[in-house]
Design a protein around this ligand. Structure first.
Ligand SMILES: Cc1cc2nc3c(=O)[nH]c(=O)nc-3n(C[C@H](O)[C@H](O)[C@H](O)COP(=O)(O)OP(=O)(O)OC[C@H]3O[C@@H](n4cnc5c(N)ncnc54)[C@H](O)[C@@H]3O)c2cc1C
Length: 419
């Protein structure tokens, strides 16, 4: 009885920890030999924090991240359009955290090493292909140390291998590369005094030029935090898309001049970019929602199943929720195809909706509404857009993303009935 897990990112490691928690045997295969703290900032919404809390990781999240207090939208002139409290401050039973993605992955990995048998964790194993069998699945990997192929057998296989998933590729051999919407994101971190609440996440600008920022550490003794930022510009999507992986480093001269006039009393995007070290480039891509995730004894989760634009802070959170839901069905029905189908039936419609909503009506959509109505300049925001319209938009998105405050507070952790 074994779950084979392809990919040791946020989703795969949470799946492994959840299997370990309920004593379901598993083996996880991660292609990198040594996990490096790759990536920059990501957000964990209260629905994901509750699950990590059920894995006894909440105190560790306080150590590696910042408890997010506020989310805000601002025009390209730095003027406040909409702000709302987040996490506990908003009335959730659980906080929201802003963390460094690499540190979160390392935390999950270290806990897995601590809690699970060594033979269940295989790094330096790149998944090449799978074969569904009548009573299970056969997985072929390249052992990157010996450079030899090895095969493994399990009851089920779960592809958690990210946006360029090899498992998904085998399921859909004719699928085209990820779809680019024309925007390019440049991401970096800078040591600087935090703005507003000192734990605020802000989006500034509009569809064709935007700056997103939030701290991912508390202030040090000099009052400086590690500030995560994303500078975004939109180009003609019919141009060849700037293929890239999450770790593609570029020179900031590619975009910094476009932000020369972006300096406001409360935040200085130009300075944040100027003072940053490495800058990473990533195209704004997603994939078309799928009609089927499960093929016999194999399924997919997280970015492998539903990569989406990073506009609603839902990528990592959703991978965590997927993992817990899958384990719920495995525990209930056993390691078989029916459990995989129950998981898919529950999660696929929800996550497909998030992907489609993020294309047009993510939380950031109000930025363009304000830009269109007043070119980003106003004295009273209510002369441009009503508070009611903005609140309705924010509430609607929360429901789509599974973080409606009342619904979440009235429910329990996904696996809570099992421990
Ligand atoms: C290096 C890296 C940096 C990132 N940085 C950011 C960031 O700064 N901001 C942001 O919003 N999101 C970032 N992401 C994406 C973010 O982690 C995901 O959107 C989200 O956490 C969903 O997690 P996931 O587990 O589905 O996918 P991921 O976290 O992408 O994990 C996929 C894992 O599968 C492994 N893998 C891939 N192919 C194979 C294979 N053939 N065999 C075995 N293992 C394989 C990868 O090495 C990776 O560890 C990054 C992802 C990666 C891999």
């Amino acid at each position: 009885m074994t779950v084979l897990i392809a990919g040791g990112g946020i989703g795969g490691l949470t799946l492994a920890l959840s299997c370990q928690q309920l004593k379901i045997p598993f083996v996880i295969f991660e292609k990198t030999k040594t996990l490096e703290p790759l990536g920059v900032g990501i957000n964990l919404q209260p629905n994901a924090v509750r699950e990590l809390s059920d894995l006894n990781l909440k105190q560790d999240l306080y150590k590696i991240g910042v408890e997010t207090q506020e989310f805000g939208l601002f025009s390209k002139k730095g003027l406040e359009i909409w702000t709302e409290p987040r996490g506990l401050a908003a009335g959730y039973n659980e906080p929201q955290f802003s963390v460094h993605r690499g540190q979160l992955q390392k935390l999950l990995y270290d806990k897995l090493i601590e809690r699970a048998d060594w033979f269940s964790i295989k790094t330096g194993y790149s998944v090449i292909s799978f074969e569904n069998l009548s009573n299970g699945v056969k997985l072929t990997c390249l052992n990157k140390r010996s450079e030899k192929e090895e095969t493994f057998f399990g009851n089920i296989l779960v592809g958690c291998d990210g946006i360029n998933s090899q498992v998904r590729k085998q399921m859909y051999p004719n699928e085209q590369p990820p779809i680019w919407n024309g925007a390019v994101l440049w991401r970096g971190i800078t040591s600087e005094a935090p703005f507003r609440t000192k734990a605020s996440m802000v989006m500034i600008g509009h569809d064709t030029q935007r700056f997103v920022s939030y701290p991912i550490s508390g202030p040090d003794r000099n009052g400086r935090s590690i500030i995560n930022w994303i500078a975004e510009l939109k180009f003609d999507p019919s141009n060849p898309w700037p293929k890239g992986d999450w770790s593609k480093k570029v020179n900031k001269s590619k975009f910094i001049n476009q932000f020369k006039n972006w300096s406001f009393e409360w935040i200085n995007p130009y300075q944040l970019i100027s003072d940053a070290g490495d800058v990473f480039e990533y195209p704004m891509v997603d994939r078309e929602p799928l009609e089927k995730w499960t093929f016999d004894n194999t399924t997919i989760l997280g970015d492998a199943a539903h990569p989406t634009y990073p506009v609603g802070s839902s990528g990592a959170s959703q991978a965590i929720v997927d993992s817990r839901k899958l384990v719920y069905h495995l525990k209930k029905q056993g390691l078989n195809k029916s459990a995989l189908i129950s998981y898919e039936n529950e999660m696929r419609p929800l996550t497909n909706k998030i992907t489609l909503t993020n294309r047009q009506a993510g939380p950031d959509a109000l930025l363009q509404v304000v830009e269109d109505r007043c070119d980003g300049k106003f004295i009273e925001i209510e002369d441009v857009i009503s508070k009611k319209e903005m609140k309705e938009h924010a509430d609607k998105y929360k429901t789509v993303a599974g973080i409606n405050i009342q619904r979440l507070n009235n429910s329990k952790g996904i696996l809570s009935k099992y421990f």
